[in-house]
Design a protein around this ligand. Structure first.
Ligand SMILES: [Zn+2]
Length: 283
């Protein structure tokens, strides 16, 4: 089933007097949403009993929870010690995900440091291969690692690069951030055909199964010549991309993605807008 939900706690969640993630599944139910992404952007800091209690609430209301691994992970690092730390951040995220009872962990792959792009990509692929081996060893075969397309040209994570990364393991799937892809190339999504090109490329590159269950991040994002500047809300009419044609493409292709809205503060409302737009065409 296709799922829609917010990333992090939105302004309206806080304004409604909610303070704890345990209250999130009920909030999702009240807003006809299906899922939630918990961000460990600044580090994996959660106690097992807290995470287990949150997970129990999600299970009770039949809502799904995913996690976002720390933003400072860089799998393109040459230094062994840093690589080991990166691996630890990933496996700490997977441990927390397991306590939550979730299935998906999103990661930002990394950026070249001093190497040229191809060499950096080679290092990253080597590091990711190790992640695949460890993931199996540690018993996380059932967890999906979602590799994200990134918003700045300097970052590794073009659509082609993410497709390449996904080839390393059956549990590595794409996290297609359409706002990032749009910002990276200074505005590329306007019509259904623009989105279809991405889906067709994924079908070719990672296959039907992974495309069907892909992870999606969506928000409108301001960009400059180098790509992403900041996340906006759906009220923006300048930068885009528009969500409506993408919802039509999801419906037409019969895809079942996990769609997370990353709007700045209005992610609950905007996830609802996407959901309604999708069900207006999918009957
Ligand atoms: Zn991300």
């Amino acid at each position: 089933m296709i799922k829609f939900g917010p990333s992090g706690t939105s302004e309206d969640f806080t304004l409604a007097g909610h303070t704890h993630t345990e209250e999130m599944p009920q909030w999702l139910a009240e807003h006809e949403l299906d899922c939630f992404e918990y961000s460990f952007g600044r580090g994996v800091r959660i106690r097992q009993d807290t995470a287990t209690a949150i997970g129990a609430e999600f299970a009770k209301l039949n809502k799904e929870i995913s996690v976002h691994a720390p933003y400072f992970i860089n799998l393109a690092t040459k230094e062994e010690e840093k690589a080991e730390n990166n691996h630890r951040y990933i496996f700490d995220s997977l441990a927390a995900l397991t306590w939550f009872g979730g299935n998906r962990c999103v990661i930002h792959p990394g950026s070249p440091l001093k190497e040229e792009r191809g060499a950096a990509m080679d290092i990253l692929m080597k590091r990711l291969e190790k992640v695949a081996v460890l993931k199996h060893e540690y018993g996380y075969d059932d967890k999906l690692l979602c590799l994200e397309t990134m918003g700045k040209q300097a970052q590794l994570g073009s659509l082609d690069e993410v497709i390449r990364m996904c080839s390393l393991d059956s549990s590595f799937i794409p996290c297609v951030d359409f706002g990032h892809l749009n910002a990276r190339d200074q505005g590329v999504f306007f019509t259904k055909d623009d989105y279809k090109r991405v889906i067709d490329k994924l079908l070719q590159g990672v296959g039907e199964e992974k495309t069907n269950i892909m992870h999606v991040h969506f928000s409108k994002i301001e960009y400059s010549g180098k790509g992403e500047v900041r996340h906006l809300t759906f009220d923006d009419e300048k930068y885009g991309p528009p969500y409506e044609p993408l919802m039509q493409v999801f419906a037409e292709y019969g895809l079942q993605p996990y769609v997370i809205c990353e709007s700045a503060g209005t992610q609950t409302r905007d996830a609802q807008l996407m959901r309604r737009s999708y069900y207006a065409v999918k009957r």
